[in-house]
Each structure stands twice: as C-alpha cells, then as structure tokens.
Design a protein around this ligand. Structure first.
Ligand SMILES: Nc1ncnc2c1ncn2[C@@H]1O[C@H](COP(=O)(O)OP(=O)(O)O)[C@@H](O)[C@H]1O
Ligand SMILES: [Mg+2]
Length: 246
C-alpha cells in the first residue's frame, strides 16, 4: 500500500501550553483513519499542522514522500492534500454548481476569465455534474449555497474538496451541528468517497467512528495514547480508562 501521509515527531506549543507532543502517525492509500480524543486533546491543532494552517515547532510532515513541513496550504493542496472549507468562508451567494465548477477551474489552473466561457470546457462541466450527482445535490444545482440546509452545505464542502482530486482528505468533525435527520446523507457521502483516497477524520460520534474507520488514533493531552484497528482500540484498557469509558 502506498504511503500517502506521514507525520514524524510533531511538537507544538502555544506559549506555555504543550498541545502536540511528539506525535507520529502515517496514512496509507485507502485508509480511513479516525482521530479521536477528549475535548482539548489537540485534534484540531494536529489537523491544522497537517493542512498547513499551523507550523509545528519541530517534527516533519511528508506527503507522498515529499517533505511539505515548510510548505503553505496551497502547496500542500497541489501535493494532493485537501480539507473542507466552510462554505461561509467561500462565496455563499454562488449557486452550488457554479461553486463546484469554479473549484474545478482552480484545480486546472484556469482563470476566472476562462470560467466565464465554461461552455468551451465540456469535460469540466461533466465532472461538475458527476460531483453534484455523487453528493445528491443535482436538484440544488442552481441554489445559492447560503440557502441550503446546514447538512447540505457540509455536502457541498465535501464536493468542493473532492473537486481538487486529492489523495488525502482531512475532515474535522464533518457531522458537527448537522441535524439527526440529515446525518444519513452525510454518512452515505462518506461511504461513497473514492476507495483509494486516504481519509483522516476527526469525529466525536463513536458509532460513526467505529463504523467508518479502518484505523483509529487516540490523542490525549496532545500525545498519542493509542494507534490501532478499531478492535484493538475498543479493547485497549488505556483508551477505555481515558476516553471511551465502559
Ligand atoms: N491558537 C491557539 N492559541 C492558544 N491555545 C490554543 C490555540 N488553539 C488551541 N489552543 C489550545 O490547545 C488545546 C488543544 O486544542 P484543540 O486542538 O482545539 O483540541 P481539540 O480539537 O482536540 O478539542 C486546548 O487547550 C486549546 O485551548
Ligand atoms: Mg477540535
């Protein structure tokens, strides 16, 4: 299996607070790695170091063998890493389909001007249609994203991340705030992610974690408490004591 992502001995402090302590892990092709741990364990801080939002104080991050520790977010995206952005930080008044087309144009390094002649790019138009269909968003193609239900906005965010054709996808609590009734569609979208994609997901819902993950990394107070298959994690006494309870 191809190694996609490797984090080596990451350390990060915020002033006197040591929030990432010597964290190492790897992610291979097709793997679904869930990052779990109590609130404040340092999960988001770790994900931010992977995506390039934050620089680790020490340690290294390799993406498909390339050391990207000093690269900015855009460089990591080009190296095959995508994370979801909140729609609200993009262009909320844009219709869903246009938003997806724009992401595809960005991936192809085409300009805004080219995008206005989208009819000349039938392959990209077809790809936008495929993404809409994959996420069950066809009937919302013309809807401004800001008018979608909250759970549907999460689907658009995932479609936009996939539009970049990443090898690695980072998802930080994709289900947070999604009403129970909309959860099923999001779960279906997770299940339908391209098989070869490596996925790192932060999620609190343990039912989802144990259903979706092929491996689980447990963080506690910034350090790796355990790293193993769902079965190993379920039976790990340290994890049960620190996090899972009984
Ligand atoms: N930018 C920051 N400056 C200072 N402290 C921070 C910052 N971001 C997070 N922290 C602190 O780092 C710790 C880990 O936070 P976080 O990574 O958000 O945890 P989690 O996502 O596991 O809940 C917390 O104690 C939090 O208050
Ligand atoms: Mg968090």
């Amino acid at each position: 299996m191809t190694q996609l992502l490797e984090a080596r001995s990451l350390d990060k402090r915020f002033g006197g607070l040591h929030v990432t302590r010597n964290v190492s892990f790897s992610l291979t092709e097709g793997e679904r790695l869930a990052l779990i741990g109590p609130n404040g364990a340092g999960k988001t801080t770790l994900v931010h170091q992977i995506s390039g939002v934050l620089r680790p104080d020490s340690g290294a991050i390799h993406l498909r063998g390339e050391n990207v520790t000093r690269q900015h977010q855009a460089g990591r995206v080009r190296a095959g890493l995508a994370r979801t952005f909140q729609i609200t930080t993009l262009a909320p008044h844009f219709p869903v389909q246009r938003q997806i087309e724009l992401a595809l144009f960005e991936r192809e390094r085409l300009t805004w001007r080219a995008w206005r002649r989208i009819d000349s790019y039938p392959a990209l138009q077809a790809e936008a249609q495929e993404l809409l269909a994959r996420f069950g968003l066809r009937r919302h193609a013309a809807t401004p994203t800001q008018d979608l239900a909250y759970g549907e906005q999460r689907l658009v965010e995932m479609a936009l991340a996939l539009a970049l054709r990443p090898q690695v996808l980072l998802l930080d609590e994709p289900m947070a705030g999604v009403p129970k009734g909309d959860g099923a569609r999001l779960l279906a979208a997770l299940d339908a992610l391209p098989r070869e994609l490596g996925v790192l997901i932060v999620e609190h819902d343990m039912e989802l974690v144990f259903r979706f993950a092929t491996r689980i990394l447990v963080l506690a107070e910034g350090a790796v408490l355990a790293d193993g298959t769902p079965e190993q994690i379920r039976r790990d006494p340290k994890v049960r004591a620190a996090y899972l309870g009984n």
